[in-house]
Write a protein that binds this ligand. Structure first.
Ligand code: MG
Length: 259
């Protein structure tokens, strides 16, 4: 084969791939490829929940309204989750919600509750999520899920850094009881040319139990495929509406302290 023929074939192949963007962008592999099921973290019993925010906190949800939040899919719209009796509850129609403000490094406190009459199983049981930094196509998710006697891949159970870090323990209370996350988020930093200067880190407590101990993230948390970094600045925080069947996850007492 002549040089010109080889080159023509290469150009043809390149053009074909470019012409089929759906095919080119399809992530390789299956969701199961990145699921880990054993060993299962031990179950431990947690102490009681705690109370009022510290005096220097930014209150993101104090029980009365979601004015600090917007609809993630259209940030010109207010958050469309229900607020009743001091509690905000996910709505499927409302989709994900995210903060109006953007943050870099911070400590966050958040309380969440799986409904007592939760339905579904595995990943479709009380699934929501705390995106510590939300990018247009995803972000960095600390999983919210009913992991009380609910088997799933352990790097996707409650308090996992989704598909990256298995929690050190399962501190899950029963559905209907309030769960508490206290998280320290160190955002990734990027150089001017977009390359990674320092990765993201998470330390997290679930109901007062250390579940993530300064773990380093390999990039964003992906459903399919390997994590990767893409340069960004300060980001909003997002709460996930996963679209599970039946009653939805609720939140209360969300506050943050920038670091
Ligand atoms: Mg989730």
């Amino acid at each position: 084969m002549t040089f010109h023929m080889t080159r023509s074939l290469a150009v043809l192949a390149f053009t074909l791939v470019r012409a089929i963007p759906a095919l080119a962008q399809q992530p390789a592999g299956r969701p199961e490829d990145t699921e880990i099921w054993t060993p299962v973290p031990p179950v431990v019993t947690a102490g009681p929940t705690n109370a009022a925010p510290p005096s220097d906190a930014i209150v993101l949800f104090g029980g009365r309204h979601l004015n600090e939040w917007v609809t993630a899919a259209d940030t010109t719209k207010p958050a469309m989750w229900t607020v009743r009796n001091g509690v905000a509850t996910v709505t499927k129609a409302g989709g994900d919600i995210q903060t109006r403000r953007r943050f870099t490094n911070y400590q966050i406190h958040l309380e969440w509750r799986v409904p007592v009459d939760v339905s579904g199983s595995g990943q479709r049981r009380g699934n929501s999520g705390l995106y510590l930094g939300a990018t247009p196509d995803g972000g960095y998710e600390l999983q919210v899920l009913d992991s009380y006697r609910n088997t799933t891949y352990v790097n996707g159970q409650a308090a996992s850094v989704y598909k990256q870090h298995i929690p050190l323990a399962n501190a899950m209370r029963k559905p209907g009881e309030w769960q508490v996350y206290d998280v320290v988020w160190t955002a990734p930093a990027f150089n001017a040319d977009g390359t990674l200067r320092s990765p993201a880190y998470i330390t997290a407590f679930h109901n007062g139990v250390l579940v993530q101990h300064h773990v380093q993230l390999a990039g964003d948390t992906k459903y399919i495929g390997a994590p990767s970094y893409r340069a960004h600045g300060a980001l909003p925080i997002r709460l996930q509406s996963h679209g599970d069947p039946g009653p939805q996850v609720s939140y209360r007492n969300i506050w943050l302290r920038p670091l």
